[in-house]
Structure formats: structure tokens, C-alpha cells
Design a protein around this ligand. Structure first.
Ligand code: HEM
Length: 454
């Protein structure tokens, strides 16, 4: 990076009034952002309506804004204010001291050791799905894996939060409410002009109702727990027991609701989308698939995985990590610039926003050799150790790094291992797999596979 101070970042000025809104709202937004990086370098500037937006594409600078300057680059952005409508003031959306308190309270519930206790919930849900797949296989049917992975990961978060509190029908209700809720949240955050959203009365009413329906279920379970003496081995119990060391306070019902909703939203679509990519990739990479099959046979044979097996399924984990590199489920993250700053010698004006993109950083040619090649060995221990930590950000970085990363990795590895024990997933031929980028990255049009018994 240059040492010269106060360079004014360059970039396109876009159209009058809207700036580059159409480029950013388009499904080709990452292609457009990559073109900005190619033309203007690691710091570029563009306009979104009246706002100045800086695209930061160097790991040193991303580290600076996520770690050293966390108080100047906050989550008070337009996109997060839209997500707040659903999540309220949770660990994901809160800022400043409110976030610090919540993170401290909630973090222990997501500790690796605690997550290990949830392994059986994961493997039970995976087994149910695979049993259904046996029937599909008998009929020579196909499975749309994006959809299947969404249902599976939603079941896992619901069970991880509430263990047995919801019946199978209620889990289905949650799933039915969730799809339109997520789609609408993705739409709003991808097209962040709040004024225009006001004109979609029918959609808005449905959105409010979906949130209210979920709230009703969540508050009901919280109320039941408050009056019961039974203990439960689930996340809600851990969150209810979390106590502030200094004030001795617990999370209120409203705060619990916000954390629960966050786990619902942050904790399932992300993993599901990554898993859909993973199956599409494995179907196209027989050598890598063979290695996964060998590892699973060697470590597990026919036995169900437990948390103790997780560290030994290291190749499967590398495959998942490499999938997250090429297709990070959260491709772009924003921060608001609170006050004027200089980042890597570039002048950054307060009041604007900075964007950084895991999708672009994961392809930065200075940090990744042959970035488009799928190679799990990039995550061999020694190679991974030498990598710049902020060149790989599927879970974000710094103090606000994803709280659920251990949860997601264990779940993903269990899905890979248990599915591999029983099936080989083969893409239905000639299916183009392209990314559909909104708030998250998922394969456009889904991933249709046939199931081959092993
Ligand atoms: C592959 C799966 C996942 C991916 C790619 C992912 C990605 C991310 C990213 C990029 C952030 C940082 C956002 C930012 O800095 O603005 C984040 C934060 C967060 N994630 Fe995840 N996530 C995943 C799974 C999960 C799961 C399973 C849970 C919960 C069970 C979860 C809970 C959270 C929470 C609570 C935060 C907010 C942390 C904070 O700001 O202090 N995530 N996630």
C-alpha cells in the first residue's frame, strides 16, 4: 500500500440522484465491484443516492477498520437498519456499549465445548433427512439440495434453540413463515431505499404478520421456560442462564427474543447456501469427492459422528472452508464511517459507508494463487497459518467475528460425513450453476441432484 497521505479515492460518479444504485442492486453487483477494484485499486469510491461509499479491498485495511478502528466503522448502516426490523437490538445488530454487553453475555453459549453438546441434535436431524432421501432414491427421484439444506439447517437451529419444545408441525410452520420473511429481508437489504418499500402495502403487511407469527411462538416458549423447573440441553437454556458478571443481570424476554431470532436468521441460510455449493462442487470434482469418502470410511465407517470425531474429519472441514472461500455466504459487508479518517493513505469522509467483500478478498491475486481453482489444501495447517487472516473472511473478522462459526463448521462436517456414508450426489446434467447474490450468495435456480446409493 502507498505511504502517501490523503489520496482522494477515485471511482464512477453514477447517475444524478441515484448514483450507482442500479449497479449495486443488480444481480451482477460483484462483477461490477470486481471491475471497480481492477480499475481503481484497493480503495475505490462510488455513490449510493447521496451517500459516498468506499470499497476497501486490501486485508490490511480491512483489519484496520474491523479491529483498531472498530468504533469509527460501525454497524449503523442502512442495510443493518433494515435487518434490525426483524432482529431487533441483538448481538448481530447492536453497536457500542449495548453490543459489548450482549456479546459478553451471549458468547459463552456458543463456545466450542457448549456447541459439542448440540452434536446429537444435528446428527438426528441429518438422519431424518437421509431417511427421507432413501424413499426418493427408491423412486429414482431427484432432490433440489438448496431447498433440502435450508429445511435441514432450519430444523437444526430450531432444535438447537428449543430442543423438544416445538412439534414437527410447528417446525413446519416456522419453515413456512421463514422463507418469505428471509426473501423479503434479502430484497429490502439488497435494494435499500426505505421510501420505496413504503409503497408495497401488501408485501409489508405480510412481512409484519410473518414477524408477529414467529414472535408469538418464541415468546410462548420463553414464557413456558420461565415458569418451568425442568432443565433443557439447548441454546435457549444457555441464553437464559447467561448472567452479567458486573450487574448480575440476565437477558430480558425481549432481549432473548432478539437473540433467538438472530440465531434463526444468521444461523441457517448461510450454512445451507454454503452446503448447496459444496454438493455442486463435489459432484464436479470426483477426485476430491473420493478423498472425502475415504476419510469418512476411515474415521467413521458406518457409525454416526459425534463431537469427538469432528477434529479427525479434517479433510471434510477443508472442503467446507474452501467452499466458503469461493462462495462466501455473506459476500459483502458494510460499515458506517462515523468521522473523517485516513485508511491506507486514502481520505475517507465521515457520514459515508465502507464496503468490504469476502467474495473479492477471497480472490485477491496478491493473496491467493490461482484464486478460481478449488483446492482444499489451501487449508492445510501450515499453509493456513501463513495466510493473511483478513484475506479470508467468510465469518467476518475482529471482535465482531461470527459467534456461530464453530456451530456452522461442526454442522457442515456432520452433513458431509453422514450424507457421504449413504449417498453420492450427482448433478442433473447440463445444469448451469451460477451465483445469485443478494444479502447472501446462493446458487441461482437451485442445485438438482440424483442420489446414488453407496
Ligand atoms: C456458514 C455459516 C455462517 C456464515 C458464513 C456466517 C457469517 C457471518 C458473518 C460474515 C458475520 C459478521 C457480520 C459483520 O461483521 O457485519 C456473522 C456474525 C454473526 N453470526 Fe454468523 N455465520 C454463519 C453461521 C452462524 C450461525 C450458525 C450462527 C448462530 C448459531 C451465527 C450467528 C452469528 C452472530 C450472533 C453474529 C453477530 C456477531 C457480532 O456482531 O458480535 N452465524 N456471521
Amino acid at each position: 500500500m502507498s505511504d502517501i497521505k490523503n489520496i482522494v479515492p477515485q471511482g464512477p460518479s453514477g447517475y444524478p440522484l441515484i448514483g450507482n444504485l442500479l449497479n449495486l442492486a443488480s444481480s451482477q453487483r460483484l462483477v461490477w465491484l470486481q471491475a471497480l477494484v481492477d480499475k481503481y485499486g484497493d480503495v475505490a469510491k462510488f455513490k449510493l443516492l447521496k451517500r459516498e461509499v468506499y470499497l476497501i479491498n486490501h486485508p490490511d485495511l480491512v483489519r484496520e477498520l474491523l479491529v483498531q478502528k472498530i468504533d469509527n466503522y460501525t454497524k449503523k448502516t442502512v442495510a443493518f437498519s433494515i435487518v434490525k426490523k426483524v432482529l431487533g437490538e441483538s448481538t448481530f445488530t447492536a453497536t457500542g456499549d449495548v453490543w459489548k454487553r450482549k456479546r459478553k453475555l451471549v458468547q459463552p453459549s456458543f463456545h466450542k465445548k457448549r456447541i459439542s453438546n448440540l452434536g446429537e441434535i444435528m446428527t438426528d436431524a441429518i438422519e431424518d433427512m437421509l431417511n427421507d432421501w432413501e424413499l426418493v432414491c427408491d423412486k429414482n427421484g431427484t432432490v433440489e439440495v438448496t431447498d433440502a439444506m435450508m429445511r435441514l439447517t432450519l430444523t437444526v437451529v430450531v432444535k438447537a434453540l428449543f430442543s423438544t419444545a416445538l412439534s414437527k408441525e410447528e417446525v413446519q410452520t416456522v419453515a413456512d413463515v421463514f422463507t418469505p420473511l428471509l426473501d423479503e429481508t434479502n430484497f429490502r437489504a439488497g435494494f435499500p431505499i426505505r421510501m420505496l418499500h413504503k409503497f408495497r402495502a401488501k408485501k409489508n403487511a405480510a412481512y409484519e404478520k410473518n414477524i408477529a407469527d414467529l414472535d408469538e411462538i418464541i415468546f410462548r416458549i420463553i414464557r413456558e421456560r420461565r415458569t418451568s423447573t425442568a432443565t433443557h440441553n439447548d441454546l435457549l437454556q444457555m441464553l437464559m442462564e447467561a448472567q452479567d458478571e458486573e450487574t448480575s443481570e440476565f437477558l430480558s424476554d425481549e432481549e432473548l427474543r432478539d437473540e433467538v431470532m438472530t440465531v434463526f436468521i444468521a444461523g441457517h441460510e448461510t450454512t445451507a447456501n454454503a452446503m448447496s455449493w459444496l454438493w455442486a462442487i463435489l459432484s464436479q470434482q470426483p477426485d476430491i469427492r473420493k478423498k472425502v469418502e475415504q476419510e469418512v470410511a476411515e474415521i467413521l465407517g458406518d457409525k454416526k459422528p459425534t463431537a469427538a470425531d469432528f477434529p479427525n474429519l479434517s479433510y471434510s472441514l477443508k472442503v467446507f472452508k474452501e467452499t466458503l472461500r469461493l462462495y462466501p455466504p455473506v459476500p459483502i459487508l458494510p460499515r458506517r464511517v462515523e468521522a473523517d479518517d485516513v485508511l491506507g493513505g486514502y481520505k475517507i469522509n465521515g457520514g459515508g459507508e465502507v464496503f468490504f467483500s469476502a467474495y473479492l478478498l477471497h480472490r485477491h491475486p496478491d493473496f491467493w494463487k490461482e484464486p478460481e481453482v478449488f483446492d482444499p489444501h489451501r487449508f492445510d495447517r501450515e499453509t493456513e497459518r501463513k495466510q493473511h487472516p483478513f484475506a479470508y473472511l467468510p465469518f467476518g473478522g475482529g471482535p465482531r467475528i461470527c459467534l456461530g462459526n464453530s456451530f456452522a463448521m461442526m454442522e457442515a462436517v456432520f452433513i458431509v460425513a453422514m450424507t457421504t456414508q449413504r449417498f453420492r450426489l450427482n448433478l442433473v446434467s447440463d445444469q448451469p450453476i451460477e451465483p445469485l447474490i443478494s444479502l447472501t450468495t446462493r446458487p441461482k435456480g437451485g442445485v438438482e441432484v440424483t442420489l446414488e446409493r453407496r
